[in-house]
Design a protein around this ligand. Sequence first.
Ligand code: IVH
Length: 674
Amino acid sequence: MNIEDLSLEEALELRNELLQKLELWDAAYFQKDQPLVEDGIYDATKKQFMQIVDYFDLDEPYVKKVGVSPLKSSSKITHLAPMLSLDNAFSYEDVNEFITKANRFLGLKDVFFELVAEAKIDGLSASLTYEKGVLIKAATRGNGEIGEDVTANVKTLKNLPFTIPHMGLIEIRGEIYLEKKDLDDINAERAKQSLELFANPRNAAAGSLRQLDPEVTAKRPLKFFAYTVHSNQSIPDIKTQEEMLENFQKWGFVVNPLFQKLSSFEEIEKFYEELKTKRPQLPYEIDGIVYKINDFALQNRLGLNFRSPRWAIAHKFPSEQKTTLLKDVTFQVGRTGVITPVAELEPVDINGVNVSRATLHNADEIARKGLMFGDTVILQRAGDVIPQIIGIVEEKRIKNPKSILFPQNCPCCDTPLVRKEGEVAWKCLNGFGCVDQLITKFKHFVSKNAFNIEGLGAKNVEFLYHAGLIHSFSDIFRLSEHKSFLENQPGWGKQSVDNLLDSIRMRQEITLDRLIYALGVPQIGISSAKLLARSYKTLDELYLALEDSDSNLINIDGIGDSMIYDMRSYLLVEETRKKVMDLKELLTIIPYKNNSVISLFSDKIIVFTGTLTKMTRSEAKEKAEQLGAKVSSSVSKNTDFLVCGEAAGSKAKKALELGVKILNEDEWLEAVHP
Ligand code: IVH
């Protein structure tokens, strides 16, 4: 439908219809933590609404309103160690790859590590802290490092021990869940009271746990399965996951009974197929299987990736597939100017979620799938993964279908799009000049892993932008100048403005890695931002390195040429530089703090060369980083140590010339495991 073709009367009618939906959805989203529709539908509706308001120049109070005041937030708890998530496997090949990778990491070949397979419970992970044997705290996972304090509510659970025979400080982690029948009962009760129904047990568990009033939680039959532990001391005689699960039971926890030890790939296949068949009859929802390498010593050697352990993987069950109609394709402009085609679909329900959009990734993907307008497509959604179009139903192709044409100009700012040689993405290079890009840059800037400004979600960012209050990053920290304007906006009020300004003020102090990530340089994610922050103590140092064409940036292991290229092209252009410098003035930037132990290698630059025989390069590298060192890929006068394996060549020679300290593999091992 073309907005321009509407008469004013029709437009007003449509506006009323859309407004009614938006207000309903807002209330559910902000106040009950219970989205009624998928983000895509919300955004599309909002966009259409805004188009009408803009085109017909309507004076619209809703536009200025920013959500609904949030519920009082509870206090936070920092986990003893981060609560991680798991990598997903969607096929046996993926599981095999997991085993191969673990082998490669440890320098082994074709070893089948004994695994413990557990059901992956679809609930909410929680950590319970016991001190001197007593349950003292309970928290949700939150962002992995800091969770919400739900102690009072968790204490209403009936299948938990309040005391355990372990005197140290210990965190027991597991899943809080609701049984399917209990969800049905709760929903039946809610239906009677004309309350919104919970879409799945996970949402219901989350909603029940996050109640402000523990009495409400107490009425919900939440249960807990224990599956892992974090402790500041090891638990004597417990050396495997299997022993840990048995021990949990001795301590009075309930462990999911479906776990099993597996010793071959055939056993994996058997277990997976059996559980998949049993799944519909189970009293609770599961969405896959978690395989964990049983031996804790191996787990320790394998260690962690950025967010997930190398010693475990979640093997997801296949998701439900549905067919639906491809109605249209829209083109979105992302933070870095990449144009993403999005399929607009006739809404269908998949696993309890209403799906109306799916990303088509890029122009090649559309061609590869041979998609045409009006096609009937096969859609799937695997667990928490965004919906995917996996193919088309050929027999249902309409006569003379129209092809999908990729735009030549930016759908937001009309700048001609470009595609670099060898890349698949079409990009709008207008940067800060393109409104869609600018808004997504702001959203990224305030997001969880960046400045993490509470109360500044996507919708508020859009509002602030459209209200003309933020043009550049630093404007966010000048919002207090607009306090009275904001307070007078419908839906804001003094309290919510105060809260927002407080949380912005709190974030004026930021660690360098978060700041680098927040700037939104293409390709610079959280882990590369950390690598950069470890090497450069200040933003100015990073800038100096970027300006110097033969700086040692090129030497950071994990920062490749194309990342350096992107950093230079983004951060050094005058416009960005000005914005960044302007922002810097308003912040207190904390140098990156390494969590590693203080050691001989703290802050030292180490290069590995030659073949190591007792550990792989990756294991050695990780060990060095744990000890606070920076691992570099080439030797220079800044290198502190060169560790030489067998057949070390030119690097050893260069190190000798430069007088860099050289260790052989045994000396290195001696130093790290004294
Ligand atoms: S182990 C470092 N075991 O799955 C390992 N997780 O996708 C941490 N989950 O956040 C998790 N059942 O909420 C583990 N038997 C199980 C699980 C399980 C469900 C959840 C958990 C975690 C998510 C990761």
